[in-house]
Structure formats: structure tokens, C-alpha cells
Design a protein around this ligand. Structure first.
Ligand code: FMN
Length: 171
């Protein structure tokens, strides 16, 4: 799929068909995340691929949202440790940025493969860590269901006009 088509077609899907995505597609998606840039190329991200139906249900319970995510055949959970990234010149921690960039690579690659995702940022981190046996030093910052959508959505339209967000030479 052409790059700008991928950008326009990526939407958040909250209802999934039971069909498992093809393994080659999942591998290509994970590789796209692997190739993302990170702070000093530290590559701190880890991805937990959850396919076991019982674990999928337990992860969804940890998410605790009333969406139909539980019907998704699988989840990918992104984790990173603060110690596997750096601080920027203002002293701000960059591990959430590393995670965001890697995870967006993953999500756009999934779109290019014709698969549906939904960034999930609101979940019970303690429960998700417990279910997936994630060591203490890692933070869970992002997770997404992965699969085929029940219904395709249209392209992204509900965004602010460009004049409102782009500034030239001064704010
Ligand atoms: C960091 C982040 C966290 C998000 N967390 C959630 C979430 O917890 N639950 C949810 O249903 N959608 C979540 N979303 C999806 C947004 O609501 C969605 O991207 C936005 O409404 C725009 O819709 P679109 O993705 O279909 O273009 C999240 C998106 C981002 C980028």
C-alpha cells in the first residue's frame, strides 16, 4: 500500500473478527517496529505477542474497557524500561517517545497489511504485568488488539484544519 494511503487508512478499530492474522503478516509488522529509531539506538522496546485465547481474555480484563476488544484474536503489548532510554536536554524521559515511535511503526505496518489495530493507553498496568509476567523494571505503555475488523471504517477526516496547527517562523 502506498505510504500516504496507509496514513489515511489507519483508524482505531474496536470490534474484531475471530480470524487469526497470518503469521507472515505479524512477523513483517513486528519487524517494522524493530526498525524504528530510538534514543541513541538503545532499542529498549519489547513486544509481547499474545495469541493464547485464555491469555487474550485475561489481558482484555486488565484493559477493563467496555469495548469488544476481547473478540480480537490477539494482542501486541509494548513494554520498555526507563533505563533502556535516555533523558532529553530538558531532562524529560524519552522512553515514552521511543515506545510511541516504535508502536506507531507497528500500527502503520499493520494498516499496510490490511489489519486493524487500536492504540490502547488506558488499562490496569499492574494487572497486565501480572498476567504477562512482565519483570518489575518494565513499563507497559501501549497495547493493541490485532486482527481483521468487523467492519471497515472510512479514511481519517476528523482532524483540525492544517492552518490551525502549522505555524511559520513564529507560534
Ligand atoms: C496514546 C493513545 C492512547 C489511546 N488510548 C485509547 C484507549 O485506551 N481506548 C480506546 O478505545 N482508544 C484509544 N486511543 C485511540 C484514540 O481514541 C483514536 O486514535 C482517536 O480517537 C482518533 O481516531 P482514529 O484512530 O480512528 O483516527 C488511543 C490513542 C492514542 C494515540
Amino acid at each position: 500500500m502506498e505510504f500516504y494511503d496507509v496514513i489515511r487508512k489507519r483508524r482505531s478499530y474496536r470490534a474484531y473478527r475471530a480470524e487469526m492474522p497470518e503469521e507472515e503478516k505479524v512477523n513483517r509488522i513486528l519487524n517494522a517496529a524493530r526498525l524504528a529509531p530510538t534514543w541513541a539506538n538503545m532499542q529498549g522496546m519489547h513486544y509481547i505477542v499474545v495469541k493464547d485465547p485464555e491469555t487474550v481474555k485475561r489481558v482484555w480484563k486488565g484493559v477493563g474497557q467496555s469495548q469488544k476488544f476481547v473478540e480480537a484474536p490477539m494482542f501486541i503489548v509494548g513494554v520498555i524500561s526507563e533505563s533502556d532510554s535516555g533523558k532529553n536536554s530538558s531532562g524529560l524521559e524519552c522512553f515514552p517517545l521511543d515506545c510511541g515511535i516504535c508502536f506507531e511503526h507497528l500500527i502503520l505496518a499493520a494498516t499496510a497489511e490490511g489489519l486493524a489495530t487500536c492504540w490502547i493507553g488506558w488499562f490496569n498496568e499492574t494487572k497486565v504485568k501480572e498476567v504477562l509476567e512482565i519483570p518489575k523494571k518494565y513499563r507497559v505503555l501501549a497495547l493493541t488488539p490485532l486482527g481483521y475488523p468487523v467492519r471497515e471504517k472510512g479514511e481519517v477526516v476528523d482532524r483540525k484544519p492544517i492552518e490551525e496547527i502549522v505555524h511559520y517562523n513564529k507560534f
